[in-house]
Design a protein. Structure first.
Length: 141
């Protein structure tokens, strides 16, 4: 019984620390991982000083359902313009946050979503992207 209680406490503590988006170290390693796992990429072009970037990070990207969906079905990459993080020229945007969905090759699947988005609508967008990616994968594209 004592072992069970200890095990449950360890599992609970682990789950607390695991509930965040698993961000790739940088753009290049994220694309490499996406190719290896054959997953689409969720790429955020952001700034620390942007009101809507902070809002997105503190609400939508902290939502348990969003975290679970991103960690399961996507490789996530974030690039902070004010930190000088690498961003491919074709993904640079004068406005932030810019939310891109990319193929494992790094090629954009769509134009970016601009601005903060609530969790429910973001989850709908993730489902559409996942469905399109799976459909194209099945068709051999």
């Amino acid at each position: 019984m004592r072992r069970l209680v200890i095990l449950l406490m360890v599992l609970f503590a682990t789950s607390l620390f695991a509930s965040e988006v698993k961000w790739a170290k940088n753009f290049q390693s994220g694309i490499k991982s996406a190719k290896e796992q054959n997953k689409p990429v969720f790429f955020v072009f952001s700034r620390h000083t942007c009101k809507y970037c902070v809002m997105l990070d503190e609400t939508t990207l902290k939502n348990d359902k969003v975290i679970k969906a991103l960690n399961k079905d996507f490789v996530s990459i974030i690039s902070y313009n004010d930190d000088g993080d690498y961003t491919p020229r074709e993904l640079f945007s004068p406005g932030t946050p810019a939310l891109w969905f990319l193929l494992p090759s790094g090629e954009p699947m769509y134009q970016p979503l601009m601005g903060a988005m609530d969790a429910d609508n973001f989850l709908k967008a993730l489902a559409i992207v996942k469905g399109d990616f799976e459909k194209n994968k099945s068709a051999g594209k």
